[in-house]
Design a protein around this ligand. Structure first.
Ligand SMILES: NC(=O)c1ccc[n+]([C@@H]2O[C@H](COP(=O)([O-])OP(=O)(O)OC[C@H]3O[C@@H](n4cnc5c(N)ncnc54)[C@H](OP(=O)(O)O)[C@@H]3O)[C@@H](O)[C@H]2O)c1
Length: 321
């Protein structure tokens, strides 16, 4: 059973005020907890935290005296800051992570008296905040990495309750399952798969001579309405909400588009995650200054689908520079 936030007993330091950090800090504060935000000086997160009514401090100062420390920094950044942070975090503090990436890879060292838990909300930070503002909650995955006190599960549940997640459902899992499933989901469906699918479909229509704007509205813009239906009703329920023509196309063409080749690519992606090949690739990319990410993100911004989007939706041209 989920416990009251009071079980956390003491100030919570939230390190990082990005997608998760901002949402979690606001939800925890609304739950009545004393929240200290850690942000580096002179960067965007610091001023955003100030604008939200927090008094941000340098990370190593924010953790001093905190009973709970939520590490909501980018996964590739946390290990570089850890030696300084670990020295400042209280020996008996509970450490909370939103993703098991660094826990599974064992890139961080923890004190023997520290509980280390995973509380991973099932959705982006923006949604985590919006649902709480509506008086609802987002489900969360919970796992225990290190149970120093025998109360690690209780503390994970108390933290998730303060985030509002117990209003939905708390799922007990393991660090390994959360990390591997999360990476697989974002690579093959939620980010990688979805983006590659819509761009490939748009390119197919445009190469066949169709209007780029109509192709955008059909293959990209409308995705939200169908994703909402899928979210509300599941795969079988979605089929009750579409026309008979769409249904026949779904049943006959869908399995061809996502056929054997795609299933093999999914199995390979999972294998890369499970063997650590993906983590090694990500670490090498980060060590080299992220050249692949920079080049592909820039190419994506120059892709003609972006101009088609602006024209289709009547949006202004971006400013040069
Ligand atoms: N994105 C999501 O919704 C989501 C969902 C579930 C779990 N998670 C997990 O939540 C954690 C945080 O992810 P996120 O997406 O919220 O991260 P993020 O928004 O990319 O970054 C978090 C914050 O870290 C700060 N930061 C970056 N480099 C820093 C440095 N060297 N020193 C100090 N601060 C630094 C950034 O602020 P400045 O650059 O302005 O300093 C930023 O506000 C990760 O473990 C992630 O896997 C995220």
């Amino acid at each position: 059973m989920a416990l009251e936030p009071a079980a956390l007993a003491g100030p919570v330091a939230v390190l990082g005020f990005g997608h998760q950090g901002e949402a979690q800090a606001l939800n925890l504060r609304d739950a009545g907890l004393e929240v200290r935000v850690g942000a580096r000086e002179g960067h965007a997160a610091e001023s955003r935290a100030r604008a939200r009514g927090f008094a941000p401090q340098p990370l190593a100062r924010a953790v001093r005296g905190a009973a709970t420390v939520a590490v909501l920094l980018p996964d590739d950044v946390a290990p570089t800051l850890w030696p300084e942070l670990a020295a400042a975090i209280e020996p008996g503090a509970t450490l909370v992570f939103a993703h098991g990436y660094n826990l599974l890879a064992r890139t961080l060292e923890f004190g023997a008296a520290q509980d280390v838990v995973l509380v991973s909300p099932c959705g982006p930070g923006r949604v985590l905040r919006q649902v709480v503002e509506r008086g609802e909650g987002l489900p969360a995955y919970l796992a225990v990495h290190q149970d120093a006190t025998g109360r690690a599960w209780e503390r994970a549940e108390a933290y998730a309750t303060a985030l509002g997640c117990a209003r939905a459902r708390l799922w007990r899992t393991t660090v390994r399952e959360e990390t591997e499933v999360d990476l697989f989901g974002e690579q093959t469906v939620l980010c990688g798969g979805m983006n590659a699918l819509v761009v490939a479909a748009w390119e197919t229509l445009v190469a066949a001579g169709y209007s780029p704007e109509i192709a955008y509205l059909e293959c990209v813009h409308q995705l939200k309405y169908l994703a909402d239906l899928l979210h509300e009703r599941g795969p079988a329920g979605l089929r009750d909400g579409i026309s008979g023509t769409a249904l026949h196309g779904d049943l006959t063409r869908g399995p061809r588009v996502i056929g054997e080749a795609s299933r093999r690519a999914m199995a390979e992606a999972l294998e890369d995650i499970r063997t650590g090949r993906y983590a090694a690739e990500l670490a090498a990319e980060a060590a080299a200054g992220k050249p692949l990410v920079r080049e592909r993100v820039a190419a994506g911004r120059r892709h003609p689908i972006e101009a088609a989007r602006r024209r289709a939706l009547g949006l202004p041209e971006p400013e040069a520079g």
